[in-house]
Every structure is written in structure tokens, then in C-alpha cells.
Write a protein that binds this ligand. Structure first.
Ligand SMILES: NC(=O)C1=CN([C@@H]2O[C@H](COP(=O)(O)OP(=O)(O)OC[C@H]3O[C@@H](n4cnc5c(N)ncnc54)[C@H](OP(=O)(O)O)[C@@H]3O)[C@@H](O)[C@H]2O)C=CC1
Ligand SMILES: O=C(CO)COP(=O)(O)O
Length: 368
């Protein structure tokens, strides 16, 4: 008997869950790509502003939104007609967002994780949070070097979209279909299948950006930043491999791409937060009292908890945790980091290095 082939519908109607900077920028992108877009936001004032003035002054000030974004505070309305949902709430709220979404979703509606992080209470990647809460829904992850303002302004940007569904003959993977749905001349998705590697890159780079910001705040220059990026990439690679991610994913947009971006620009909230802390400023002062997500703070805990459990060494992330969670003075954290025994690069090579008792104690200069 001839088997009937499943017809996979094109993705045209997109629901965006989250009216922050990134959710709004992705809604703009989807409109530019010719999609129908409904954006759900918690805040009635965000919805009102998008409807009446085509702006989101709370989270994306200075950007005029294109016409066509339907905004709502009603989740059911947002996803009723959708062909796919972009999940763009902060990482620690992904589980509750899935629980809220669940009663409104049609069967097998694809979900695209656009947040970057690891759940603190469980140490789970967000794909596993979705597997817990929405097990019957295909999942993709969108990540990469993407400051929301630049994306919304239409500046050329490249991203990774990953899904690990195995396409059968004549079908494309979810990641490939999402790439077609969202891609434009200025927003260029690259398709991948290493969901774990892509997720780990996005979660860990936020913690490393705090370190880069702290270094800048201490007036350390380009050498220190390059060291943080390079050795930080090694931390991403180790954690990713321990979780089953592919080795070469770190060289892509969601790895070195996003890490370089976030560790090098004060547009990054994580980098700015680290800088501010090193200059003795409070969180409220750093962001002028605005509601801003700094993923690296909670993720300093989730990343290092997970790494400890897996026996993966992540010294820069550990130093960031010591500062932002345990209150260690930044100078002391830097001294601890630099005072470790010397290491081989790459770690796999067999070099006879002196043990800790032979290692000279490095004295940090006081730069305050
Ligand atoms: N901004 C960027 O350039 C990029 C951000 N990302 C990632 O996107 C995610 C969202 O960040 P971003 O949009 O920038 O953050 P914003 O700070 O701009 O906004 C966060 C949004 O999430 C909402 N929110 C907070 N808690 C909940 C919750 N429990 N349920 C539902 N919504 C909630 C906020 O609403 P409320 O004000 O009511 O709390 C707000 O609308 C993060 O994981 C970030 O790392 C990824 C790439 C680029
Ligand atoms: O993820 C981002 C860029 O890719 C945004 O970084 P911040 O959250 O540090 O602003």
C-alpha cells in the first residue's frame, strides 16, 4: 500500500512570546520577512504603545516599528492561528511561560527558543525544560551575535537556527523551515543540528561578558579581553562537549560569534553590568532604574553548578560567580584566577608542568 506523505505546512503566521527588546526585534524581523506576526507582552503599556505609536519605548526605545505587528496581552489570541511560536522570555521564566502557553497550543506547534540560559533550579538546558513541559512540540533554538537594536534597525546580522529533528525525504528540518520564514537580505540564518552546542554557547557567553565588563571596569585593556574571549571559548567547548555538543559548534555564530560580540561592546547589558560593578556602581544606577535582563548573573550559578556536577573546569565562570553571587572583591577574584597553576593549550597535549607547590604566587597590582 502506498504510504501517504505528511505535508509539512510553510511557516507564515508567527507568534512572539515576550515584548522585551529581543522579542520586539524578532517581531520586526518576521514582518520584514513577509510573515504575519502577533506579539504577546505582559505589560499593557507595551501593547498599547505598539498598537498606537508603533514603538516599544520601554524595551526598544528609539526604534520605529513597521506596521503590521499585532500586539496583545492575551496569550490565547497570540498563538491561536500561529504556525510557530518564538519564545523570548528571560531564561529563568521559560518553564512558567511554557506552562502558561500549554493550554493554548495546537498539537505539534513548533516552538523556537530565543532566550539564552540554563535553568537554575534544575541545571537543565532550555530544550530539556521544553521537553518536560511541552513534550509533543518540535523545538528549535535561535542564537548568535544579535544586539536587538541593530537587528531592529535592519543592520546586517547572521544567526544560527538549530533543530535536531531528522528530516525525511522531501521535508526540511524545523530549523531550515524557520530560516526560510525569518530570513531576509539583512537577517541571515545559518541552519544547524547541534541544539546542545548552540544552547551552551548562548548561556555561557553571558557569564563571560560579565568578566569582560569587569576587566574593562578595572581599566584592563585589549590583552585581557582577548584572553577572556579565548580562554572563555575553551570553557564553552568543555561544557558543551560534556553535554554531548559538537566540538566545531563553538567556532560558529552561536559560539565565538556571540562571545566576541558580547565581550566587546557596551551595548551588551552583561558587559555593562560587569563594568559598572568594577566601578563600584549599583545595579539600579548602571541601568538608570530601567527593567533590564542581565542573564549572566543567574547563569553564573546555573552554569557553574552544572559544570561542577559534570566535573568540567570553568575557572572564569567560577570567578564571575564568586563576585556577583558571593560578593568576592573583583581584585581578589582576578588574583585567584591568575594565581592558578599554569596550563597547557590545548589541554589535551601532554606537557610536564610544575605542580601547584612550584608555582610562583602572582601578585596583583592595585589599580584602584
Ligand atoms: N536584547 C538582546 O539584544 C538579545 C536578547 N536575547 C535573549 O532574549 C531573552 C529576553 O531578553 P530581552 O528581550 O532582551 O529582555 P528585556 O529586558 O528587553 O525584556 C524581557 C521581557 O521578558 C518579560 N518577562 C519577564 N519575566 C517574565 C515572565 N515571567 N513571563 C513572561 N515574560 C516575562 C519582561 O516583562 P516584565 O518587564 O513584565 O518583567 C520583558 O517583556 C534573554 O534570554 C536574552 O538573553 C537574545 C539575543 C539578543
Ligand atoms: O545576547 C545578546 C547578543 O547576542 C545580548 O547580550 P546582552 O544580554 O548582554 O545585552
Amino acid at each position: 500500500m502506498k504510504q501517504q506523505q505528511e505535508v509539512v505546512p510553510a511557516i507564515d503566521r508567527i507568534a512572539v512570546m515576550g515584548g522585551g527588546a529581543w522579542g520586539t526585534a524578532l517581531a520586526v524581523t518576521a514582518i520584514r520577512a513577509g510573515r504575519q506576526v502577533t506579539l504577546w507582552a505582559r505589560e499593557p503599556e507595551v501593547v498599547e504603545a505598539i498598537r498606537t505609536s508603533q514603538t516599544n519605548p520601554v524595551f526598544l526605545p528609539g526604534i520605529e516599528l513597521p506596521p503590521g505587528i499585532m500586539a496583545t496581552t492575551d496569550l490565547g489570541d497570540a498563538v491561536r492561528e500561529a504556525d510557530a511560536v518564538l519564545l523570548v522570555v528571560p531564561s529563568q521564566h521559560v518553564r512558567e511561560a511554557c506552562q502558561a502557553l500549554k493550554p493554548h497550543l495546537s498539537p505539534r506547534l513548533p516552538i523556537v527558543i530565543c532566550a539564552k540560559g540554563i535553568e537554575q533550579d534544575t541545571g537543565l538546558l532550555l530544550q530539556s525544560v521544553l521537553a518536560d513541559e511541552l513534550p509533543d512540540h518540535p523545538v528549535a533554538v535561535l542564537s548568535g551575535p544579535t544586539f536587538a537594536h541593530e537587528v531592529a534597525a535592519g543592520e546586517p546580522t547572521a544567526v544560527t537556527i538549530a533543530s535536531d529533528d531528522v528530516p525525511t525525504a522531501g521535508e526540511s528540518s524545523l530549523a531550515a523551515r524557520m530560516a526560510v520564514a525569518l530570513g531576509t537580505q539583512t537577517f541571515r540564518p545559518y541552519v544547524a543540528d547541534d541544539v546542545t552546542g548552540v544552547e551552551v554557547g548562548g548561556a555561557v557567553k553571558n557569564v563571560l561578558a560579565l568578566a569582560s565588563g569587569m576587566a574593562s571596569g578595572l581599566s584592563f585593556g585589549a590583552n585581557t579581553r582577548a584572553a577572556i574571549i579565548t580562554r572563555g571559548l575553551d570553557e564553552i567547548k568543555r561544557l558543551s562537549e560534556a553535554l554531548g555538543g559538537r566540538r566545531d559548534t563553538v567556532t560558529g555564530l552561536s559560539g565565538i560569534g556571540d562571545l566576541t560580540l558580547t565581550c566587546s561592546s557596551e551595548q551588551s547589558r552583561n558587559m555593562r553590568y560587569g563594568m559598572g560593578l568594577a566601578m563600584g556602581r549599583s545595579a539600579a544606577d548602571i541601568f538608570d532604574g530601567r527593567p533590564v535582563v542581565v542573564e549572566g548573573v543567574e547563569n553564573a550559578v546555573s552554569v557553574t553548578d552544572l559544570a561542577r556536577r559534570l566535573g568540567v573546569e570553568m575557572p572564569i565562570c567560577e570567578a564571575v560567580r564568586a563576585v556577583v553571587i558571593d560578593g568576592m572583591p573583583i581584585q581578589e577574584a582576578v588574583a585567584t584566577l591568575l594565581g592558578r597553576p599554569f596550563k597547557a593549550e590545548p589541554r589535551s597535549i601532554d606537557l610536564l608542568l610544575p605542580g601547584p607547590s612550584d608555582t610562583t604566587t602572582l601578585i596583583m597590582e592595585d589599580r584602584s
